[in-house]
Ligand binder design. Sequence first.
Ligand SMILES: [Zn+2]
Length: 265
Amino acid sequence: MHIAAFHPLVSAPNDHPGGHRYVHVVGAAVWIDERPVDASGVHCIGIVDGDVWWAVDVPLGNDPSDGAAVDLRLFHGVAPEHHWLAAGRAVQIVEWARTHRFCGRCGEATEATAGERAMRCPACGLLSFPRLSPAMITLVTRGESGPDQEALLARGVQFPRPMYSCLAGFVEPGESLEASVVREVHEEVGVTVPNPGDFGSQPWPFPNSLMIGFRADYVGGDIVCDPAEIVDANWYRKDDLPMIPPGISIARKLIDAWVAEGSEG
Ligand SMILES: [Zn+2]
């Protein structure tokens, strides 16, 4: 019997009764098969639906899928959520291994360590672990809960489409998540929010973020966009939303949850 679940692991369990599946990482696309092709690196990802999943590092220009590999963003739309999470882990582990072949301190070739996900320098002992970059994303609302409440949505300079989303930014070293919300919101649109509340989090493997969602109440300030980050930002009512992000993102989950509040009466 299969269990629809994903349990991340560093090494495969001995005598695993289930099957094996191989997530071939072709650039930033994935192709899953029952057997691994010849590749430069294989890493355990974990148990998915009772099978051991492995990440296979496919060398550049050596696509074994004959073009069938699916970009990780598009894979979200064609795979169950837990398969997408496992594939995202595969891409991040492979990319980490690709970029940590040499010691960042002394330049010596690194070695994989047994029993943990780390590359170790045999010369100076430096350990390198997969990196996650925490980022916060915030839906700022203004006014009492109800049909007249508005949300602050902004169009980032890097958005490929005329889409409006929540405000987001990376957490700085030495900063709490809540402090990063207050700082980023003020930096990006000039608005003050004193009281961010935790909404939830989502692995975001583009390339290695962990997105932490927040809700915050507006207290003051006019919208003044930082032109380096934000093209345009406005207050929007639930019945007059602009183009918003697709369902893959926690930004969309934040907006959808807010819109649903109005329909609960
Ligand atoms: Zn070293």
